[in-house]
Design a protein around this ligand. Structure first.
Ligand SMILES: Nc1nc2c(c(=O)[nH]1)N(C=O)[C@@H](CNc1ccc(C(=O)N[C@@H](CCC(=O)O)C(=O)O)cc1)CN2
Length: 461
């Protein structure tokens, strides 16, 4: 780790009321001082703000406010200065050029946060949480990210590590006295402790399903025969969403997937743009295309026109698409066009033909009837993934894999105990389990892993 002084734009690169440039490192104060003649910076207290002109030689670049953070009371724990300027990208560029002339260098992606990690202000899971906080687009993802930033995962892992370490010390004591053939570690007590650890690991691993739904949204495929009312339904679902989105300048949405937010969770409606183009989907793309679309979906919303007489094609289609882990919602559409007796018959027809569990909803998107029922059904899918016992949710693939490896090792320890395998092997697997937990917090890490994580950050973070 070098202690170069680094600088970067901390705000988005575009026009804004203000822009902020951060400078961090041993020489942050003298470097900024060269362009800020108004005050002696080294005489200032930490956490103070100073008004003046930022200069490039004799030329005033902009009227600015400087914030001073003295080590170790800063984000990176190093001396840091923040320069708040009038938010013109050109001025930002001039200030950065001047800082580099004064002796700073441009920060690499994630370098401020990397320094906060290396200097021990935060652990690796918290550094990753910062990237997640920045990427959060809804309440659910913001909440888990902030919980992780506050040390949610750090604390869980450290509890597990403490338990495992107690265990290891007993086992190692036994190894030291191997010739005397004594058992310091009561095997029954050890097994109890392992069960507890095992249980906790499993519940964290299981939370990843919910974590994934939070981080990547829930994929919903909407399928139905031509004229089943797909585009009407989509428009009704996305109506409010579009109104919100179009009011936020600069938001762009993926054209392949439309995102719908329900109770703070994101639902990705797969390939809706394509759907609207090919109204006669079943004929046009056939079962194969529909299958591709449903393959990566968590939920299949199947639309059936309630006014139809023969549902055999719909049933065939649904059956060919079903999967054990797919939630199925069958929507009888256009119920405004049929009698209650008719749509009750429709439900019976599907119930008799399909053995997979499903929710049946009657909707009339035209009249906006029962749209809330559909939204509630979508929402309940995510709610049921939530675990009662865990308030920590794993959203990160890296953490998920480390937890799985740790669980594998714990299971080997359990086997070793029940088959009375050597204490050496037991100790080896225990250290393995500990090491994998250490990867999450970054106590055990390497440059490749760090490079991987921090290179995905934006410059200036
Ligand atoms: N202006 C500004 N706002 C910001 C940041 C920043 O770097 N600058 N942050 C950057 O990501 C986030 C806040 N995170 C931060 C975390 C720690 C410290 C810090 O200086 N901690 C010291 C002092 C604490 C205190 O005075 O009470 C410490 O804990 O020792 C600053 C920001 C979001 N807002």
């Amino acid at each position: 780790m070098n202690n170069d002084t680094i600088c970067a734009l901390a705000t988005a690169n575009g026009i804004g009321a203000l822009g902020i440039i951060r400078v961090s490192g041993d020489d942050a104060l003298p470097i900024v001082q060269k362009s800020f003649p108004t005050k002696k910076l080294e005489k200032q207290k930490s956490h103070t703000i100073h008004y003046g002109y930022f200069m490039d030689g004799d030329e005033a670049i902009d009227e600015v406010m400087l914030s001073i953070f003295l080590a170790p009371k800063s984000f990176t724990t190093e001396n840091s200065v923040e320069i708040a300027f009038h938010g013109s990208p050109h001025i930002g560029k001039r200030i950065l050029e001047t800082l580099i002339k004064n002796g700073a260098r441009m920060a690499k992606a994630g370098e401020f946060t990397l320094r906060a990690f290396i200097n021990g202000r935060i652990d690796l899971s918290q550094a990753e949480a910062i990237a997640d906080v920045i990427a959060s687009e809804n309440e659910a993802s913001r909440k888990v990210a902030i919980n992780q930033l506050k040390g949610g995962i750090t604390n869980e892992i450290s509890l597990l590590r403490t338990d495992l370490l107690n265990f290891v010390s007993l086992i190692e004591l036994e190894l030291d006295f191997a010739e005397e053939d004594v058992e310091f570690a009561d095997r029954t007590a050890l097994s109890g402790l392992l069960d507890k650890i095992d249980h906790k690991l499993i519940s964290l691993i299981e939370s990843f399903q919910y974590g994934n739904a939070i981080k990547n949204g829930t994929a919903v495929a909407i399928i139905g025969k031509p004229n089943a009312g797909k585009s009407t339904l989509l428009n009704a679902l996305l109506k409010e969403e579009r109104a919100i989105v179009s009011n936020i300048a600069g938001t762009t949405r993926d054209t392949i997937e439309e995102v719908l937010h329900i109770k703070g969770h994101a639902f990705r409606l797969i390939d809706t743009a394509g759907l609207r183009e090919t109204m006669d989907e079943i004929e046009a793309i056939g079962v194969k295309k529909a299958k591709e679309k449903v393959e990566n979906a968590n939920i299949l919303v199947y639309l059936a026109d309630a006014a139809t007489e023969d549902f055999s094609e719909d049933i065939e289609m649904i059956q060919s698409l079903l999967r054990e882990d797919l939630k199925l919602i069958i929507c009888a559409t256009k119920i405004d066009e049929v009698s209650p007796a008719k749509y009750e018959t429709v439900e019976d027809i599907f119930r008799n033909a399909i053995s997979h569990e499903f929710d049946f909803i009657k909707i009339s998107a035209v009249e906006n009837q029962n749209m809330q029922d559909l939204k509630n059904e979508l929402s309940s899918y995510v709610e049921q993934l939530k675990s009662e016992e865990n308030n920590v949710v794993i959203t990160n693939q890296r953490h998920f894999e480390a937890l799985q490896k740790s669980l594998d090792a714990v299971n080997k320890v359990k086997e070793a105990i029940s088959f009375q395998i050597s204490t050496e092997l037991l100790a080896y697997e225990l250290r393995n389990a500990l090491e994998h937990l250490g990867e999450i917090s970054g106590e055990v890490t390497n440059d490749e892993v760090l490079g991987n994580i921090f290179s995905k950050f934006c410059i200036g973070k």
